[in-house]
Unconditional design. Structure first.
Lengths: 317, 347, 383
C-alpha cells in the first residue's frame, strides 16, 4: 500500500490513465460494434490490433524509409509521416477485420450456428495470425523509430502534458465524436442500428444484412487500426503477442461500459485506464488485474448490463 | 458437401444403440472400455504404431493433455453445453485442485486419496462463491466474470508465499499404491487408467443427471431461461449446481494432475488453457458427451502428433479449428436433433 | 522466412491430411554412425523468443562439428517445451525413451527443468542448461534439485544478483534503489536474491509488473515519487525497453540497471535513447562479442540468424560440452554423464568450464558488467 503516491502524483496518474484508457476504448470498439450487431465476442480483434502495430512499423520503416535509429522528424514531414502511418494501419486493420468476418464468421452465420462456434473459429484465426507473425518476426520484439520527439507542453499540477500523451487523448475523442455522429445520423449508421435491434425486421425493410455486417467489421477495424497507431507511437514497440493483453483489456473495457454500446466503450475504456493506473500505483502492479476484475464484478452486480448497458436484456445461448 | 453436412453420426449412433438389447450393450461397452484401456500399448503394436507421438512420450500424452482434457471438457460441458453458460475461466478449478493437493501433501503429508475430496470440496466452494454473484448476470457478462476469476486465481497463486510464487510448489509425491497399481514415472499407463476411471465415472454421473430433474432443468434453462423461470424452475439453484458439479470435476482433475507432474507453478493455469478446453467442448459438439470426449481427444492429441513440424504446428492447429468449425459448425458429433433449439438468426 | 512459412505450411498440410497413414519415421537417414542430442526449450508460444535465440547457438556448434566429417555424426532434435512445465512433463519421458538421444541441451527455463527432472533422472540422461538459472536447481537441499543429471553453463541468480546490485550502485553517492521484477521464475528469482544486498544500501521501493505489460507510466510515476536514484529491473529485454523508456520520458535521471535477461544485442535498438548508460550484468556474454567476423558470417550462414540472441553463447557452450565428450568416444548415456562430471571443457571465447558436484560451473562466479554506449553494449568491468 502506497497512498503517498496519490497525493504527489494524482494528476499525473489521471492524465496517463486517460491516454491509456482511450487507446483501450478504440480497441473496445472492435468488440462492441460487432457485438452490437451479431451478439458474439469478436475474439480475433486482438490479432487485428497486433497486425495494425506491425503495419505502422512497416509503413514507417520500409515504405517511408525511416530506420529504427532515425532522428525525430519535424514540421510538415512529421505530420505527413504520421498521417500515412495512421492511414496505413487503419486500412490494414479494416481489411483484416473484414477478412476475418468472411473466413471465420460468415459461413457459420449463414448456417445458423451457435455463437460459441463462431467464437472457436475466431480463436482459430487468432492462433493462426499470432503464430504466423511470430514466424515472420522470429519471435523477437520489434521497435518503432522515435519519429515524434516527446516534447512537453508543460506541467500542470505534476501532470506532464507530453505531445504523445495529448495525441493519445485528443485523437480518440475526435474519432468517437465522428463515429457517434455517423451511427446516429447517416443512412448506413441507421442501417447498423436497425440490424442490431432486429436482423429479421431490418431484412424485411430491404437492408442488405451482409453489407451492414461487413461495414461494422470495417468500422471496428478502422478504430482498432487507429488504436494500433497510437499504441505504437506512444510505446514505440510491439511483439507478436501484443494483442493478447490488449484484447483482454479492451474486452473488459467494452463489458464495463456495456457491450454493444458505443458510448459504453468510450467510458468503459476510460474507467479501465484509470483503475489500472491507480491500482498499480497504490497496491502494486501485481494486483492490478485482480483489482480491475473485482471492481468489474461489483459494477456488474449493481448494473448487470455494464455502466451504459442496453435497456432491454437480450439473452444469448 | 451437403451429405457431410446433414449426416449426423450422433443420431446414427443413438439409433444403433436403441436397436440393441441389454447384453449386446454390455458387451459393447466392456469391449470399448478395454480397447481404450489398451491405448497406452498402441505404439508398440505394428498396425497402431502410427499413433505414436514424436518426441513426447505417448503414454504421458494420454494422461495429460488427452485424458485430463477429456475430463475437464466433460466438466465444462455441464456448464457450457448442458445449461448454456459461457465459462472462460474453467482452469481456475483445476488450479484450485492442483494447489490443494500440492499444499496438503508437501506441508501436511496428506496423500492423493486423502487430498482428493478436499480439493474437490474447495473447488466446489469456490464455485459457489463465484457462482452466487456471477450467475445473476447473463451471457457474455458471465464470460468476462469467469475469465476474471480464472486470472485472479492464477495471480493470487503467483503472489502468495504459501503457493511458492512464480516458482510454484515442488516435491509433490505420487499417489500411493492402490489395488496393486503403483503410481510413478515407470508406469504412466496406471495414471491413464486412473484418469480413464474418473472419466467413466463422470460420464456415468452426467448421464444419471441428464435423465433426472437437474438435467431437464438445465435443458430448460439453456433453451430459454425466462420461460424456465416462469415454469417454476429455480434457475439460480440449478445454474449453481451445474457450476459446482463442473467445478468438482475440474478440482478432481487438478488433484490427480498435481500428483502426477510432481511440480506445479502458476503458468500451468493460464487463460489459454481455459480457452483450449472450451474449444474442445465446442469442437466436439456442445452438450453431447461423446462429441466432447472425441473433440478433446483430438485437440489435445493433434499438436503432439504433429510435433515433428516444430515451428509451424501452432499455425496448423489454428487452421484446423477454422476449417473444422466451418465444415461442422455444431461440432464433430452434435447433440441429438430433438435437443437442438430453434436457432434464431438474431441471437 | 517467407519461404520457410510457405514450405512449412505445405508440408504441414500434407502431413495433416495423411495423418492416419504416415508412420512416424525417425529422421535418421545417415549411413554413418550417429548420436542424437535434444534441444529442449520454448520454440513456439509466448516465450518462444528465449528458445529461438538459443537454438542457433547449439545448431551452429553442431554444424561446425559435423562439417569436420567426424566418425560419429551428431543429430540435433527440437523438443519444443513452450517453457511450460506441463509440456515438459510429457517431453522429458518421450526424449528419455528415444534410445538414440544421449544428452539434452536444456532446459531453457527453470520451471520446465523441474518438471523434466524425474524422467531424465530415471533414464540417466545428462542435461546441460544454457539458461535455467534458478538457485534451487543445484541446491543440494532443495526438493526440486537436478542432482546428478543437471548441469548448467550459466551462473545462477544467487551469484548474479549481488553483483548486479554492486555494479548498479557503483559510484553513486547515497544510493536509493528501486527494484522491479517481471513475475517470471527468472525475473522474480533474480530480484529475490538482490533484495538482501540492496537492503544494506537502501531500498526506495519494489514492484512486480507482469510480463507483457505495455503501459509503464504508473510504475515510472511511483519510482519518481519514491526519490530513487538507482532502478534495478529483473526481467527480459522487451519489458526493460518499455520500462526504461517510460522512466526517461517521465524525467527520471538516475541509474538504470538490469541483469542478463536484458543483455541482448537488440536491447539498444528497442530502448533507443533510453538505453544510453544502462548498466547490465551478464553471466552470459553477447555471443557476437566473442566471435571473429568470419565466425559470425559462418553463424549467420548456417543458422539464418543475423544477430545472435540472448544465451546463444551459453547454448553454444552447452553443445560444446557434449561435442567434447562425443569426440572422446563417449557414446552412451552413462559414459556421457561421467565425462560431463569430470572433464574441463573449453567454451566460446576460450573460457574454461568445469562442473561441481551439483552441476554449477566451478569458479563461474565472475559476473561481467556492461554499459550501453552509443547504441552498443560494451564490456566495462567485473561487476
Amino acid at each position: 500500500m502506497n497512498f503517498s503516491v496519490i497525493t504527489t502524483q494524482f494528476w499525473s496518474l489521471v492524465l496517463q490513465g486517460l491516454a491509456l484508457g482511450l487507446i483501450y476504448s478504440l480497441v473496445a470498439l472492435g468488440y462492441t460494434m460487432v457485438y452490437g450487431v451479431l451478439r458474439l465476442i469478436n475474439f480475433a480483434n486482438s490479432e487485428v490490433f497486433m497486425l495494425g502495430t506491425f503495419a505502422v512499423l512497416w509503413v514507417e520503416i520500409e515504405v517511408l524509409g525511416h530506420p529504427v535509429t532515425a532522428k525525430p522528424l519535424a514540421g510538415f514531414e512529421l505530420v505527413y509521416t504520421l498521417v500515412i502511418a495512421l492511414v496505413g494501419s487503419m486500412i490494414a486493420c479494416a481489411v483484416l477485420a473484414v477478412l476475418v468476418e468472411l473466413v471465420a464468421y460468415r459461413r457459420l452465420r449463414a448456417r445458423g450456428a451457435a455463437p460459441l462456434s463462431s467464437l472457436i473459429s475466431a480463436i482459430g484465426v487468432s492462433i493462426f495470425l499470432m503464430e504466423t507473425m511470430r514466424m515472420f518476426t522470429e519471435s523477437r520484439p520489434q521497435t518503432a523509430p522515435r519519429l515524434l520527439d516527446k516534447w512537453s507542453f508543460g506541467e500542470i499540477a505534476g501532470a506532464n502534458f507530453r505531445i504523445d500523451t495529448v495525441l493519445a487523448i485528443i485523437s480518440p475523442i475526435v474519432i468517437f465524436v465522428i463515429l457517434d455522429q455517423f451511427v446516429n445520423r447517416s443512412r448506413l449508421g441507421k442501417a447498423i442500428r436497425a440490424v442490431s435491434l432486429s436482423e429479421e425486421n431490418a431484412k424485411l425493410m430491404g437492408i442488405n444484412i451482409n453489407r451492414v455486417i461487413s461495414l461494422t467489421f470495417l468500422i471496428g477495424g478502422l478504430t482498432t487500426g487507429a488504436a494500433a497507431f497510437l499504441y505504437t507511437t506512444v510505446y514505440e514497440n510491439t511483439v507478436f503477442n501484443v494483442g493478447f493483453n490488449m484484447g483482454i483489456a479492451a474486452f473488459t473495457a467494452a463489458v464495463l461500459g456495456g457491450i454493444g454500446n458505443i458510448r459504453g466503450a468510450f467510458y468503459g475504456g476510460l474507467a479501465l485506464g484509470m483503475m489500472e493506473q491507480f491500482a498499480s500505483a497504490v497496491l502494486g502492479s501485481q494486483w492490478k488485474a485482480v483489482t480491475v476484475f473485482v471492481i468489474l464484478v461489483l459494477i456488474l452486480l449493481f448494473k448487470p448490463n455494464g455502466l451504459f448497458g442496453e435497456a432491454v436484456q437480450k439473452t444469448r445461448t | 458437401m451437403s451429405a457431410l453436412r446433414n449426416f449426423n453420426l450422433r443420431d446414427k449412433g443413438a439409433e444403433i444403440w436403441a436397436g440393441w438389447n441389454r447384453p449386446v450393450r454390455t458387451v459393447f461397452v466392456i469391449t470399448f472400455v478395454l480397447l481404450v484401456g489398451l491405448l497406452p500399448f498402441a505404439p508398440s503394436w505394428g498396425p497402431t504404431s502410427f499413433l505414436n507421438t514424436p518426441i513426447t512420450s505417448f503414454e504421458n500424452v494420454l494422461v495429460y493433455p488427452v485424458g485430463m482434457f477429456v475430463l475437464m471438457a466433460l466438466g465444462l460441458n455441464i456448464v457450457v453445453g448442458k445449461s448454456g453458460l459461457l465459462d472462460l475461466g474453467y482452469i481456475a478449478f483445476f488450479a484450485i485442485g492442483a494447489y490443494s493437493q500440492a499444499i496438503l501433501s508437501t506441508l501436511y503429508g496428506w496423500n492423493t486419496w486423502q487430498a482428493l475430496p478436499v480439493g474437490m470440496g474447495l473447488a466446489m466452494i469456490s464455485g459457489v462463491i463465484l457462482g452466487l454473484p456471477a450467475l445473476r448476470v447473463r451471457g457474455d457478462y458471465l464470460a468476462i466474470i469467469t475469465l476474471g476469476f480464472g486470472e485472479i486465481i492464477r495471480i493470487v497463486a503467483l503472489n502468495l508465499s504459501v503457493t511458492g510464487g512464480p516458482n510454484g510448489i515442488a516435491g509433490i509425491p505420487n499417489p500411493p499404491t492402490i489395488f496393486g497399481f503403483e503410481f510413478n514415472l515407470m508406469f504412466p499407463e496406471h495414471f491413464f487408467w486412473l484418469v480413464l476411471a474418473m472419466i467413466l465415472l463422470t460420464i456415468w454421473m452426467i448421464r444419471r443427471f441428464t435423465v433426472r430433474r437437474p438435467g431437464r432443468a438445465w435443458e430448460a434453462i439453456r433453451q430459454d431461461e425466462d420461460v424456465a423461470a416462469l415454469m417454476g424452475v429455480n434457475t439460480l439453484i440449478y445454474k449453481l449446481w451445474s457450476f459446482v458439479i463442473g467445478a468438482a470435476i475440474g478440482g478432481a482433475a487438478g488433484v490427480v494432475y498435481a500428483s502426477k507432474v510432481m511440480v506445479i507453478s502458476p503458468d500451468m493455469f493460464k487463460f489459454e488453457v481455459s480457452i483450449l478446453i472450451l474449444a474442445c467442448v465446442v469442437f466436439g459438439g456442445m452438450g453431447n458427451i461423446w462429441g466432447v470426449a472425441l473433440g478433446a481427444s483430438i485437440l489435445a492429441y493433434l499438436p503432439e502428433r504433429i510435433r515433428f513440424i516444430a515451428d509451424e504446428r501452432q499455425i496448423i492447429f489454428g487452421l484446423v479449428l477454422i476449417i473444422m468449425m466451418n465444415l461442422r459448425p455444431d461440432g464433430l458429433l452434435p447433440r441429438k436433433k430433438r435437443e437442438k433449439i430453434e436457432e434464431k438468426r438474431t441471437m | 522466412m517467407n519461404k520457410k512459412i510457405v514450405s512449412g505450411l505445405a508440408i504441414a498440410a500434407a502431413t495433416t491430411l495423411a495423418l492416419g497413414v504416415v508412420v512416424s519415421s525417425p529422421a535418421n537417414a545417415a549411413a554413418k554412425k550417429s548420436v542424437t542430442l535434444a534441444f529442449q526449450g520454448p520454440l513456439t508460444g509466448p516465450d518462444a523468443q528465449l528458445g529461438q535465440d538459443q537454438f542457433p547457438g547449439a545448431e551452429w556448434a553442431i554444424a561446425l562439428y559435423n562439417a569436420k566429417n567426424p566418425a560419429v555424426k551428431i543429430n540435433l532434435i527440437k523438443a519444443d517445451s513452450q517453457c511450460d512445465g506441463t509440456v515438459a512433463a510429457n517431453i522429458a519421458p518421450g526424449v528419455a525413451a528415444n534410445k538414440a538421444v544421449i544428452g539434452v541441451i536444456g532446459t531453457s527455463c527453470s520451471g520446465e527443468a523441474r518438471n523434466s527432472f524425474p524422467a531424465y533422472k530415471a533414464a540417466g540422461l545428462t542435461m546441460v542448461a544454457p539458461s535455467a538459472s534458478a538457485v534451487s536447481l543445484t541446491d543440494p537441499k532443495a526438493p526440486d534439485r537436478g542432482f546428478p543429471i543437471f548441469h548448467r553453463v550459466v551462473a545462477h541468480d544467487g551469484f548474479q544478483a549481488p553483483a548486479l546490485v554492486r555494479y548498479a550502485t557503483k559510484g553513486v553517492t547515497s544510493p536509493k534503489i528501486y527494484l522491479v521484477d517481471d513475475q517470471t521464475t527468472y525475473g522474480a528469482g533474480l530480484i529475490k536474491y538482490a533484495i538482501a544486498p540492496a537492503k544494506k544500501i537502501g531500498v526506495a521501493g519494489t514492484d512486480s509488473v507482469p510480463r507483457g505489460t505495455a503501459d509503464w507510466t504508473s510504475v515510472a510515476s511511483k519510482v519518481k515519487a519514491s526519490g530513487a536514484n538507482v532502478v534495478i529491473y529483473g526481467g527480459y529485454t522487451a519489458e526493460a525497453a518499455k520500462f526504461f523508456k517510460a522512466l526517461r520520458d517521465g524525467g527520471y535521471t538516475g541509474i538504470l540497471a538490469a541483469g542478463d535477461g536484458v543483455n541482448t544485442s537488440d536491447f539498444p535498438d528497442l530502448a533507443g535513447k533510453a538505453a544510453d548508460g544502462v548498466r547490465l550484468t551478464a553471466a552470459d556474454v553477447p555471443f557476437d562479442s566473442l566471435l571473429t567476423a568470419a565466425e559470425l558470417a559462418s553463424f549467420q550462414k548456417i543458422t539464418g540468424v543475423k544477430v545472435p540472441g540472448l544465451y546463444s553463447a551459453t547454448a553454444y557452450n552447452a553443445a560444446q560440452v557434449f561435442i567434447t565428450c562425443i569426440e572422446q568416444g563417449k557414446l552412451t548415456r552413462p559414459a556421457i554423464q561421467i565425462c560431463v562430471k569430470n572433464t574441463t571443457f573449453t567454451g566460446a571465447g576460450g573460457s574454461k568450464i568445469k562442473f561441481n558436484r551439483y552441476g554449477d560451473i566451478i569458479g563461474g562466479a565472475d559476473v561481467g558488467g556492461y554499459l550501453v554506449k552509443n547504441g552498443k553494449i560494451v564490456y566495462d568491468a567485473i561487476a
